[in-house]
Design a protein around this ligand. Sequence first.
Ligand code: 2PG
Length: 223
Amino acid sequence: MSKLILVRHGQSIWNDRNLFTGWVDIPLSQKGIFEALNAGEKLSKFNIDIVYTSKLARAIQTALIILSKVETQKTPLIIHFNGKMKKWSNYASNIEPIPIIRKKALNERYYGTLQGLNKKEVGLKYGEQQLKLWRRSFDVEPPGGESLKDNLERTLPFFKKKIIPDLDDNKNVLIVAHGNSLRAITKYIENLDEQQIIKVEIPTGTPIVYNYENKIFKDKVIL
Ligand SMILES: O=C(O)[C@@H](CO)OP(=O)(O)O
């Protein structure tokens, strides 16, 4: 049996200001740093074998803070895939790494021209119903951006191709990503339909743990 742990990054500076963020690379707020530390404390006794994050700083920052709290002799190691970084930075003898793999596939949904706008003001201008459709419907795209369906179509192939095999290999996997990329993964592993996923909200800095055995996700616990 293995474990899958999902964590949405801690609060970012733009979460705090209620701005659409998407792919804008905003770091954690001070509250977000505390949330990440708190998540790390909750996960301190977990034996984490591999970590996946998005390419965005708020997820990477959260993952590194969590790993600073995990009690292990292993060494967190950010994996680089290109050029000299690949050749020189991944060399380390006699260490047992916890690889940290950053992938665009796990990024937040791209919010198009809404990025940087205040969510409340968008609601006042276009109406609450439109705001809700842009934020939570399954297949309505925000202007110039990705719907949850689009997000799912880039996140799930990676999840199935790279992360499921790690779980099948009995590795405990931590994914630190975003509200919508994690909703996409949740839709798949909990087998939710397009109506059910509308209501799912993933809180910041809160570990969600599943046991995985014989291709089945079970025993969900929110820490
Ligand atoms: O702004 C964003 O990128 C996301 C997550 O904060 O917003 P929403 O929750 O509206 O999808």
